[in-house]
Ligand binder design. Structure first.
Ligand code: FES
Length: 89
């Protein structure tokens, strides 16, 4: 068992919803990445994210950032507005 105590900020970040249409939390996305999902598509297949109402336009850039960080929880507020460059997963 992991005895590391999480800070309030870490707990809040883990509980933050990445895919709002399916209620998928950042912790679930990161767990999928840590278990080997190393692309946005693989994360979406593992968690069900990216297939809801936004069609990955809202959640995709955040998932991409989490994949690039190798599943490290993002503590700071993340941007959910979409730039054209963010849609090239
Ligand atoms: S927020 Fe659910 S598919 Fe993008």
């Amino acid at each position: 068992m992991n005895d590391k105590k999480l800070t309030i900020e870490e707990i809040k970040a883990r509980l933050k919803i990445v895919c709002i249409c399916k209620g998928i939390k950042q912790s679930r996305i990161c767990d999928a990445i840590l278990k080997g999902a190393d692309t946005v598509d693989k994360v979406n297949q593992a968690t069900g994210s990216g297939s809801g109402g936004c069609n990955a336009t809202r959640c995709g850039p955040v998932i991409k950032k989490l994949v690039e960080s190798k599943g490290k929880i993002i503590l700071e507020p993340y941007q959910t507005e979409v730039e054209d460059d963010d849609l090239n997963f």
